[in-house]
Design a protein around this ligand. Sequence first.
Ligand code: GDG
Length: 493
Amino acid sequence: MSETATGAEATGTTAAGNNSFVVVANRLPVDMILEPDGTKSWQESPGGLVSALSPVLEKHQGCWVGWPGVADEAPEPFRTERGVLLHPVELTHYDYEEFYEGFSNATLWPLYHNLIVTPEFNRSWWDAYRDVNLRFATEVATVAAPNATVWVQDYQLQLVPGILRQIRPDLTIGFFLHIPFPPSEIYRQLPWRDEILRGLLDADLIGFHLEANVRNFVELCRAYDLEVSGEIKIREAGITITAANGHEIGVGVFPISIDTSAIAATLAANSHHEAHEELEQIHRDMGSPSTVFLGVDRLDYTKGILQRLLAFEELLDSGALDPSEVALVQLATPSRERIDSYRITRSKVEEAVGRINGRFAQIGRPVVHYQHRSVTKDVLLRYYRLADIMLVTPFRDGMNLVAKEFVATRADSSGALVLSEFAGAADELDQAHLCNPFDIEDIKKAMLQATWGLDDNPEAMKERMSAMYNQVIEHDVDLWANSFLGALDKSRP
Ligand code: GDG
């Protein structure tokens, strides 16, 4: 990456228009909390994009443009303790409903996740999506220095590269999609497919998590008769697409990852006797189960939480797992709570938790420990350490950082991972107990193999975990960001 793009002297400015490295994402990495008495405070916002990008922005002391999480509020830009300049973009209640809940999360999210629920196509949502993308692009144009590097994030902002190219042709523009890119025949259902594709194709580099995503995108471009050359490469822009206006766009596979050194540092800080005691106390409070299963997800229908609970219930029912010996902890972070499909998912999950505990728990000893609220990163790491078997069973997931985070807490090679073959992470973590999340029998099989493996074949299980641990440690979030930004720098005219 060139000095002008993210070098220390060139960035870290407070005045608008001086930032040579700008990230724009729908949400800022912190959410504004508005108390009833009008007091304002900030708390870290959950989700994979924030987990991955925060360390990158801190390293480059860049500027992050995004929505502060509360409608009709536009706080002044401010710098975090870690040196990132946060530049809030105001969204109204109308924008929140039509752009965020509507077009982003009831149209694009289900469409890009292969129609797990049916996408809704609504013209007024599309108008709001265009307006809000224009607002984000305009804000970026005001904070970006001449010839700055701008990194646009995710499905909510696919028109931003196109708008920026028109109003700030001097910028170098990267785009990264955090969710899967669907097969061409699914994408082509979108009534506004031409505009979105045109918006994306004004970027200089487009990055996806997986080869399969790039293949889908390339197939779509071919369907539009665009010229495609090169071959798919990992962590490089192996493919070049020539847009109808002659602009060339690099396309590559950049598998996202996690901040492994931050996890290692937190674990080291918590390696003292009291912290071990605390963990053991939690385990005793749970009734000292011999096997603890763990799920950690935003409460989203793509994550397969219900199916995993049903698999657990059937294993208890059949006697394959003994309710006095096992426990399942499910942390479900609240997400998109006003959208119908999310409400339905939550009520089905909570009904299953209640039913399973009703059938199998004893007073004071639940078999499913369910929590529907956010926890701090420290607490999350504690749960990762507590678990014997991590359950990550999404129907579809761009990558899934939870799987990588769990593995990163296993320097001692302990534990096991049950992983959906439809999570992007399965491409790299092929030593997990892979399962088809649409097939409850297959989830059950993977859960039992992991349980029996830990009991009967601990050395083989350690080898599997150790291979996954090395994979995650050697491919961390720095590698993701550096490879993307390096490829973007090469695309600079
Ligand atoms: C999208 C894509 C892709 C969760 N609960 C809490 C909490 N988290 C953190 C986890 C993890 C992140 O949120 C979740 O990341 P995922 O990758 O698992 O899932 P999405 O939010 O759907 O992320 C996904 C990702 O973007 C990155 O590109 O992998 O496929 O869907 O980091 O630790 N963090 C805290 N409290 C919680 O309660 N502090």
